[in-house]
Design a protein around this ligand. Structure first.
Ligand code: NDP
Length: 247
């Protein structure tokens, strides 16, 4: 029996690990042709080879406008259209504002905000020409609630929520649905990029308090649910936390 996404093309950014990898797998299993984008091309190749359906791999730094646009265009041209964009690539570099390495701020803003904007802008006309589709923006519970030690990450993810809601109101006229997905604590490589020992301690403590955190597949399922709704249903926002995560 054909899957619910048979005949559709999806582009997933940050598909080399974690939530992006799980989402690419879930969309592929549901029948979509999937374009996988990230900087680690070797990881993308290995993932693509393990998929049953058609896939395209592109080494892309979404913070570079030309690369981001070329990725979206390649997905469309080489896989035969574009119906789904999952803006998932992101980095989380935490720490107090006063002690910050300004380069970490630039990276978060460049990837979490500008990368998402470049890919979205490139995808909109392509989704429109095919009669509509889905844009899924991966935000965070940190995009709904700010906390000391996460100010700039909070700022980028609050930005994703705000942008997504405004875009939803604009894009609905072309039957383009916009969904914001806000995960709580998911076991991925994300936390490992933090070098600040205090931040690592706080994250380890929070993980311990939660107990069983989410798997990347838990979020991929939420994304799959959103993009497989009937055309008249738009899941605007999904928040998924581990049961024992309070905030
Ligand atoms: P991972 O670190 O496993 O995945 C991040 C992905 O983003 C990787 O595939 C990475 O690939 C890619 N990426 C990073 N920088 C760039 C770039 N400049 N250009 C292209 N791709 C890039 O973490 P997660 O799966 O957890 O993160 C995915 C999303 O989920 C992020 O937006 C994150 O903020 C969000 N999130 C995660 C939570 C969690 O607890 N894990 C909670 C809430 C939200 P590569 O390095 O190969 O480029």
């Amino acid at each position: 029996m054909p899957g619910p996404l048979e005949g559709r093309v999806a582009a997933v950014t940050g598909a080399s690990s974690g939530i992006g990898e799980a989402t690419a797998r879930a969309l592929s299993t549901a029948g979509a042709s999937v374009a996988l984008g990230a900087r680690r091309a070797d990881r993308l190749e290995a993932i693509a080879q393990s998929l049953d359906g058609p896939a395209l791999v592109r080494e892309v730094d979404v913070a570079e406008e030309e690369q981001a646009r070329a990725f979206i265009q390649a997905a469309h041209d080489e896989l035969g259209g574009l119906q789904i964009l999952v803006n998932n690539a992101g980095v989380m570099l935490l720490g107090p504002v006063a002690d910050a390495d300004i380069e970490d701020w630039r990276r978060m803003i460049a990837v979490n905000l500008l990368g998402l904007l470049y890919c979205t802008h490139a995808a909109l006309p392509l989704l429109g020409e095919g009669g509509g589709g889905d844009i899924v923006n991966v935000s965070s519970v940190a995009g709904r609630r700010a906390d000391a030690g996460a100010a700039v990450y909070n700022m980028t993810k609050f930005g994703v929520h705000a942008f997504s809601e405004a875009l939803r109101q604009e894009a609905l006229h072309q039957d383009i649905r916009v969904t914001t997905v806000a995960p709580g604590f998911v076991e991925t490589e994300l936390q490992g990029h933090n070098t600040n020992p205090l931040v690592r301690q706080v994250m380890a403590r929070s993980r311990e308090q939660i107990g069983q955190v989410l798997d990347a597949d838990d979020i991929a399922e939420a994304i799959l649910h959103a993009v497989t709704r009937p055309p008249h249903v738009c899941v605007n926002e999904v928040v998924v936390r581990p049961t024992r995560q309070a905030r």
